[in-house]
Design a protein around this ligand. Structure first.
Ligand code: UD1
Length: 376
C-alpha cells in the first residue's frame, strides 16, 4: 500500500513528522511518499531538516504576500501531476491550513482516499479562525478516514453525520514530536537566548500570526506586552516574529528597541520547544502551542476570541483572553503575582495525548490496508 503525506507549513510538518516515522519504521512498513507544497519555505525547511525528512516532491509554491487564492490554485495545479504520477492508495493531510484543504480536494479529484490527521476540531465560527475553520470543515467533507485527537473532536465529527466506523481516536501527534525534543541540558544556538539567566528572569514567550489578528488586534496585543514589561522588572519578553512582513513591521514599530524585549527570528523547532520549556508562560494566538504547552507545564493565555481547542481551557491549562489590551494585562498580571493561580494552570493535566498517536495512526492504516485500498 502506498501512503502519500502532503503538507506545507511548519506546524503541519512538526505534527506529520512522527506519522511519517511510524509509517516507515513501525510494525508493518508501508510505502510512504512525502510531498511538500512549500506554502512556507524557510520555516518548513527548518523542520524537515530537524526530523531528517527529505521530500519526494516539493511544489515550492510560496510567494511573498501570497493570497489564499494563490495558495489554493498553486496547490491544486501542482498536485494534479504528482498524484497521477505516484497514484497513492491514500493521501494523508494534517489540520486546517489551505494546503490541507487544497490537497484533499486535489486527491478527491483523482478519486484517491483522504485520511485527515487532527480531524474534528471546531470553533463553530466560520470566520474565526479564518480561513482555518472552513478549511477543516471542508477537509472533513472530503476525507474518508478521520484521525481525531480527543473525545470532543470525535463527537464533533459524529454530530456532522460522519459514520463512527470512519473515525479513529488517536491523540494528537504534536505530543509525540515534543517528547524527546526537550532536553534539560539543551544549549541554545541563538546568542540572545544563550545569554539569558533563566533563574533570574521570568520569560513570557509571545507569538502571533493569525489573520483575524492582523492590524488593530495585533497592535492591542503588542501594547499590552509593552505595558507588562514596564510593570515587571524581572520579566523578559521573547517574541519570535513570524516571517510575514506585515507582522514584522508592526512588531518593530510598537516593540522595537524596548529594554527586556527580544524580537528574534523564528527559532528552529528544537530550539523553540526548549525555549517553551524554560518560559514562565505563553501569550499566543497559535493553536499548536495550546496543545504543546500543557505537556511542559506552562500556562497559556490565548490571544483569540474563540478556540477550536476548548479541551485545554476546560482542563484549566489555557485561558481565552482575546485581544483587548487591558484584559491581557490583567490576566498576565494575575499569573505573575498570584502563585496559586499560576500553579493551578501549570499543573493542570494535558488533555491532548500520550505521545503514541502516530503509532496508532500507522497501525490503523497497516491493519486496514485492504479496506483502505478499496476505499472510495
Ligand atoms: C499558515 C496557515 C495557518 C498556520 C500557519 C502556521 C493558511 C491560510 N494559514 O499561516 O493555518 O497556523 O501557517 O505558521 O494556510 N513567510 C515567509 N517564509 C516562511 C513562511 C512564511 O516568508 O517560511 C511569509 C510569506 O510572506 C507569506 C506570509 O509569510 O506570504 C504568510 O504565510 P502563509 O502561509 O500565507 O500564512 P501564515 O500566516 O503563515
Amino acid at each position: 500500500m502506498k501512503v502519500m503525506t502532503i503538507f506545507g507549513t511548519r506546524p503541519e510538518a512538526i505534527k506529520m513528522a512522527p506519522v511519517i516515522k511510524a509509517l516507515r519504521f513501525g510494525t508493518g512498513k508501508l510505502d510512504v511518499k512525502v510531498v511538500v507544497t512549500g506554502q512556507h519555505r524557510e520555516m518548513l525547511d527548518q523542520v524537515l531538516c530537524f526530523f531528517g525528512i527529505v521530500p519526494d516532491h516539493d511544489l515550492s509554491i510560496m510567494r511573498h504576500g501570497q493570497t489564499l487564492t494563490d495558495i489554493t490554485c498553486r496547490v491544486l495545479q501542482g498536485l494534479e501531476k504528482v498524484l497521477i504520477w505516484e497514484s497513492p492508495d491514500v493521501v494523508l493531510v494534517h489540520g486546517d491550513t489551505t494546503t490541507t484543504f487544497a490537497a484533499s480536494l486535489a486527491a478527491f479529484y483523482q478519486r484517491i482516499a483522504v485520511g485527515h490527521v487532527e480531524a474534528g476540531l471546531r470553533s463553530h465560527n466560520m470566520y474565526n479562525p479564518f480561513p482555518e475553520e472552513l478549511n477543516r470543515c471542508l477537509t472533513s467533507s472530503l476525507a474518508t478516514y478521520h484521525f481525531a485527537p480527543t473525545d470532543l473532536a470525535v463527537s464533533n465529527l459524529i454530530a456532522e453525520g460522519i459514520h463512527s466506523s470512519r473515525i479513529f481516536l488517536t491523540g494528537n501527534t504534536v505530543i509525540d514530536a515534543l517528547l524527546g525534543t526537550v532536553k534539560e541540558d539543551y544549549v541554545f544556538q541563538n546568542p540572545v537566548l544563550r545569554d539569558i539567566d533563566f533563574t533570574q528572569e521570568r520569560i513570557i514567550l509571545v507569538t502571533t500570526h493569525r489573520r483575524e489578528n492582523w492590524g488593530q488586534p495585533m497592535e492591542r496585543i503588542f501594547r499590552a506586552v509593552r505595558q507588562l514589561v514596564a510593570d515587571f522588572r524581572d520579566v523578559r519578553i521573547i517574541f519570535p516574529v513570524h516571517k510575514n512582513p506585515q507582522i514584522r513591521r508592526l512588531a518593530q514599530t510598537v516593540l522595537g528597541g524596548l529594554p527586556r524585549v527580544s524580537l528574534i527570528e523564528p527559532p528552529a523547532y528544537e530550539e523553540f520547544a526548549n525555549l517553551m520549556a524554560r518560559s514562565y508562560f505563553l501569550l499566543t494566538d497559535s493553536g499548536g502551542l495550546q496543545e504543546e504547552a500543557p505537556s511542559l507545564g506552562k500556562p497559556v493565555l490565548v490571544l483569540r476570541d474563540t478556540t477550536e481547542r476548548p479541551e485545554g481551557v476546560d482542563a484549566g491549562t489555557a485561558l481565552l483572553v482575546g485581544t483587548d489590551t487591558q484584559a491581557i494585562i490583567d490576566q498576565a498580571t494575575l499569573l505573575l503575582t498570584d502563585k496559586n493561580v499560576y500553579t493551578d494552570m501549570a499543573q493542570a493535566p494535558n488533555p491532548y495525548g500520550d505521545g503514541q498517536a502516530a503509532q496508532r495512526i500507522a497501525k490503523i492504516l497497516w491493519e486496514g490496508r485492504q479496506d483502505f485500498k478499496a476505499a472510495p
